[in-house]
Design a protein around this ligand. Structure first.
Ligand code: SAM
Length: 219
């Protein structure tokens, strides 16, 4: 068992509350929901952002079942080291998710087919959200899917509403699944498809105004 698992997710939260932003890792039901868009055939490139102790990492690996490529970017050095030890098939980069293009390039890829995020969006300032989403849009194939989760209890709070608007700014289609009540705390997943061309999402141009017709649906 790794040092991080012994010391626990909670102690990493106490060390860095602004980046870990949760006192407990996600549960398997949410991990299943967030990894559903990973295709069950072929060799997809899956990029995971903010894996923490690997709640989503395990589900991605199970879904890939030995196929494809799995890259992970974690800013916390202790989490990243533990993850690399626990998941030898995953290429783990200790970096800021904003650097995702460099991480993809260093692994020989231009873009990912699926980007799975465990990032704490509500903890990010608006400019930071925009920078990250611009990097994600740039790192996704035109037919790719971006999946990220949010907590149901904070769904209508300003940071969560801002994220939803930003997702609609950056993607042509944004679907939200039903609440995963088995998760602690209950959460849901956004599935974002058809990334918008950069000229439509440049900060100061249209970001924040959004396409009123962008789909935000609960299913
Ligand atoms: C809420 S935890 C989620 C961890 C895990 N995905 C889960 O669901 O249990 C957020 C994770 O994102 C990482 N993180 C925060 N900001 C990041 C950034 N800019 N780049 C990469 N990782 C980041 C944190 O260190 C932490 O591991």
């Amino acid at each position: 068992m790794t040092t991080v698992h012994r010391s626990g997710f909670l102690s990493e939260f106490l060390r860095a509350p602004g980046t870990v932003a949760a006192i407990t890792p996600s549960g398997p039901s949410l991990a299943d929901a967030v990894t559903i868009p990973i295709p069950r055939d072929g060799d997809p490139v899956v990029l995971e952002l903010g894996p923490g102790t690997g709640a989503f990492t395990l589900a991605v690996q199970q879904r890939l079942a030995g196929r494809g490529h799995h890259l992970a970017i974690e800013i916390n050095e202790r989490f990243a080291a533990a993850l690399a030890a626990d998941f030898p098939r995953v290429r783990v980069a200790t970096a800021d998710a904003c650097e995702l293009q460099n991480v993809l390039t260093a692994s020989g890829f231009e873009q990912a087919d699926v980007i799975v995020s465990g990032l704490p969006w509500a903890a990010f300032a608006p400019g930071r959200q925009d920078d990250l989403l611009a990097a994600i849009v740039g790192g996704l194939t035109p037919g790719g899917v971006f999946c990220t989760f949010a907590y149901t209890s904070t769904r209508w709070m300003p940071p969560a509403r801002r994220l939803r608007q930003r997702l609609a700014d950056h993607f042509d289609e944004v679907l939200a699944c039903r609440t995963v009540w088995a998760n602690v705390p209950p959460a849901f997943v956004y599935y974002c498809r058809r990334p918008r061309p950069r000229r439509l999402t440049d900060r100061g141009a249209t970001a924040g105004t959004g396409d009123r017709h962008a789909t935000v649906v609960t299913r």
